[in-house]
Each structure stands twice: as C-alpha cells, then as structure tokens.
Design a protein around this ligand. Structure first.
Ligand code: ZN
Length: 501
C-alpha cells in the first residue's frame, strides 16, 4: 500500500488542473471504510458548492448516502484548511480563498443495506457504488473525471466498466459515467466469453463454492446474450471504450437475489449455492437476463424523466411499466427463446406476474400512477407485474393486427431508434410507436391498461396462443396458464412463433 503522505506530495507537485480527480485508498478496510481524496478545479470562483447523490439510478429509493460520510475537510493547494460549510444534508460549500483547485478529504463507511446500491468494504475486498462514494461539484469546471484506486497489499485486481487510463487509473467522461460504473476490488474470479466479437466478463467478487458450475453459468450467460443481441441487432456498449460488458456477481444473503442495471455492467446479488439448487440458479439467470435487457431498455431507451438525472431528488415518471415491466416481460421470454427455460416454466412465471397484476387491479391506482408513486414506501400496485401483463397483451395485439409480421420486439427496436438519444420518450410517444408498428390505434387499450384500473380481458390473447387457465376459477389466486391441448393448429403455430428466437 502506498502511504497517503507520499502520494499527496507527489500530486501536489503537479500543475493545477480544472479536471476533477479522485483517489481512493483503504487504510481502514478492516473497519469497513474507504478514504477519499478529491481535487476540484474552482474556475476562479470565490466558493465551490459540492453535493452527494441521495439515490442511485435504477434503484428509485432515497438512500441518503451522505449519512455514511465523515472526517470531511477541505484544503487549498498550499495544504491550508479552507472553510467548509454544510448547506443541507447532502450539500457543502467550500470558500476557495483564491485557490485554483481545492482538495476535499473524507471517509465513507460501508452500508448495511444491499450490495447493489451501497458500498461494502472488508479487509479482503470492496464493492463501491459511485452514488454512495463520490462528492462532486454542483457545477464542475470540466465534466471529465480521473480516478485512481490504490489497493491494499494482497488485493489483486479491480473489475469495473470504467475505461482504464493506467494500471490503477480510470477515466470517466462525466459524473454520470462515474456513477454508472460500480467497482469491484480484491481478488475477484473472472470467466469470459465473446458474442459477435464483443467481450463479456462474468466476475465473482469471491470464489464461488465448488458446487457452482462456472462453466455452465458462462455457457448459459453467453446463450442469453446471443438471443438478446439477436432481438436488438447491436450492443449499445460496443462503440465506446472499454467496449465490453461486466456481470458483477456479489454474494446474496437471501435466496431471492437482486440486481441493478448499468450501461455496460450490472451488479447481481446471487445465491451462490449450486445449479442443483434450481430455484437459486434460475433466479440468477433471470436476474442476469433482466439486467442485461436494461442495457437497451432503461439505460439507453428511457423516459424523459430518467436523464439527465437529478441526483438530489426523486425522478418521477409514469413509464416504469416500460422500463421495469417490459424488462420483466422479456427476461423470461428471452430465456425461453434461448432454450434456457422450457415453455411450462415460462408459463408459470408469466402466470405469477399476471396473477399479481390481477390481484391488485381492484385497487384504484393505475399503472401510470403506481410508477409515479414508486418512491413512496408501501406502494401496493406493482408496475412490474402490471407491465408484464400489459406487455403480454400488447405483444399479442400487434402480432394479430400484423398477421405475425411484427411484434413487441419491433416496437422496442423502433422506440430505441427514435428515442434513445438525449431527450428520451414521453409515455404518449412510446404508445404512438406501438400504434404505428401495429397499424391500428391502440389509444383505448393504453388508456384502459395504464391510466385506469379497469379490468383487462385476457381471453383474446389466450385464444390467439392456444392457452387456457388451468383452474376453472380464472381470476382466483390459484389460476395458472397452460397450453390448451384442444387449441387449433394456427394457435399452436402462433405459440411456437412467439417462443422462437
Ligand atoms: Zn429492472
């Protein structure tokens, strides 16, 4: 480990720069803390306002990261302390006293919550989430950021989607990219595969148990990536360095697992038992499929409210039924198209989502409202299960209206083509793409499905695919979809086409 004092002198000899630079060290890793030194250009201003995010994109939860910050101090280039005033829970003001650059030093303690949305440091390893780590100028002089991570003795490597600029140095285009690239450090285990010439890394924070079949996990992930790539036709992350994708697998404390999406990586909390524990392995595959689909749907194709992010407030949108619901819809569908789940497993998962949607349809909250209210605790109506149900019905209507020539896949591609740039889409714009692809006006369907809590009729979709309810009590809590053995050949053909990659 490089002693902090030594590097401080070396850095102090560099000419002043306006670019933000962070240096992360781990002198108190055993106490679950990271030490951060940041240098910010002042642009000649008399004062510099700094902030820390209160949430991390994709999480839709106020996490109040600044409560884990302590030992905060500001210095000038001459190492003299500068006045530092707290402005709110997550904002501070440095009085610059004529300095062209100020140095901020602070410590961040590990979170108690999930790995995917907070920092976790121990004497062997670290998982760092940008929103929980970096205090930044409200108005940086330059957007580009340099990062240096100095690992303690015995730690072997770093895995992150940030572009590398040296052995331990990384470079981010701006704060968004820095926050969007979680960092895993320690002695991670890595497996690798390529699809269409693009590298994908399967990273395990710590060595998985021997019962976890790493070769199978790599093979299955590669197959899932192939099918997802086939749907979209390109990789959004293949253009910019580092031109690859990272699946960062972190230990889960519970069987359920969780994941959080990023533009060229994902953090997945996985229950690293074994593939014999089918529920755990299937959950890992579903989560990997879900987070990977988000690379397109959510991270690049996004509602207007989700970019540029306001890191200090709720970012409310009525469109999470698209971002989350349609991603849940595709997570299982793509695994089935990839041959990694069988049709009856897919029907079980679809039934459970649709069942969840039906059970809360009597509550007078529409899916659009539920999406806007996701930041409130105890939200009872799920735009996730609702989005799967609406996605299923929408997909079928498009297939029927176009005699099978188009599907929801085409809507996703068209929407990406039109709205994945700077501006994002409004709910109305996304709906217009669906109507245009289907060739019919879907306005009344969307009004009923998204902006009312009226019941939706599943019978036409079930007839189209040759499906039926296993239970006679179609809308009871026990109903489950199955293939109708008496379905006509054209319905069977629709079902086969639906499940084909
Ligand atoms: Zn998601």
């Amino acid at each position: 480990m490089i002693r902090p004092g030594f590097l401080w002198l070396a850095l102090a000899a560099l000419p002043a720069q306006s670019q933000t630079r962070y240096r992360l060290t781990f002198p108190e890793a055993a106490q679950h803390c990271i030490q951060i030194e940041a240098r910010f250009g002042t642009g000649g201003e008399a004062q510099l306002d700094l902030f820390m995010p209160v949430w991390t994109p994709g999480d839709y939860t106020i996490r109040d990261f600044s409560k884990r910050v302590d030992q905060l101090s500001a210095l000038g280039m001459d190492s003299r302390p500068l006045p530092l005033q707290p402005l709110s829970r997550n904002r501070w003001r440095v009085i610059c006293a004529g300095q062209s650059e100020v140095v901020l030093r602070y410590r961040v303690k590990s979170a108690e919550g999930p790995f995917i949305s907070g920092n976790h440091v121990s004497s062997e390893q670290a998982v760092l989430q940008g929103a929980a780590t970096f205090i930044s100028p409200v108005k940086p002089v330059q957007p580009a950021i340099e990062l240096r991570v100095e690992l303690p003795k015995g730690w072997k490597s770093i895995e992150t989607g940030l572009p590398r600029a040296g052995r331990a140095e990384y470079r981010a285009r701006d704060f968004d990219q820095l926050v969007d690239c979680p960092i895993v450090a320690g002695s991670p285990q890595v497996d690798e595969f390529q699809v269409a010439g693009v590298r994908h890394r399967l990273v395990y924070l710590s060595r998985p148990p021997d019962s976890w079949d790493r070769a199978r996990a790599t093979r299955d992930a590669a197959r899932m990536v192939e099918v997802t790539h086939k749907l979209w036709g390109f990789f959004p992350f293949a253009q910019d360095p580092p031109r690859g994708y990272w699946f960062l697998n972190l230990p889960a404390r519970f069987l359920g697992g969780a994941g959080l999406e990023h533009k060229n990586s994902t953090c997945i909390e996985y229950y690293g038992g074994s593939q014999k524990n089918l529920a755990g392995y299937r959950k890992w595959l579903e989560t990997a499929s879900h987070e990977y689909f988000h690379t397109w749907n959510g991270k690049n194709l996004r509602p207007v409210a989700l970019g540029p992010f306001d890191y200090e407030a709720r970012n409310e949108t009525p469109s999470l039924w698209i971002v989350e619901g349609l991603t849940h819809y595709y997570e299982g569908l793509l695994l089935t198209r990839a041959g990694l789940a069988n049709p009856s497993e897919y029907l079980a998962s679809l039934s459970s989502y649709i069942g969840g949607f039906q059970r809360t349809r009597s509550i007078d909250i529409s899916l659009s409202e539920a999406s806007l209210r996701t930041w409130e605790p105890h939200q009872r109506v799920s735009y996730r299960s609702g989005g799967v149900a609406v996605g299923f019905l929408l997909d079928q209507q498009i297939r029927q209206a176009t005699s099978g020539r188009a599907s929801l896949d085409e809507v996703m591609r068209q929407a990406y083509h039109q709205y994945s740039g700077e501006s994002g889409y409004t709910e109305e714009q996304f709906e217009a793409v669906a109507s245009q692809v289907s060739g019919v006006d879907l306005g009344e369907f969307f009004r009923r499905a998204l902006r009312s809590s009226e019941t939706l009729d599943f019978a036409p979709a079930l007839r189209y695919y040759g499906l039926r309810f296993q239970s006679a009590q179609a809308y009871s809590q026990t109903w489950r979809l199955e293939v109708d053995p008496e379905a006509p050949p054209e319905s069977r053909a629709h079902w086969q086409a639906y499940l084909s990659p």
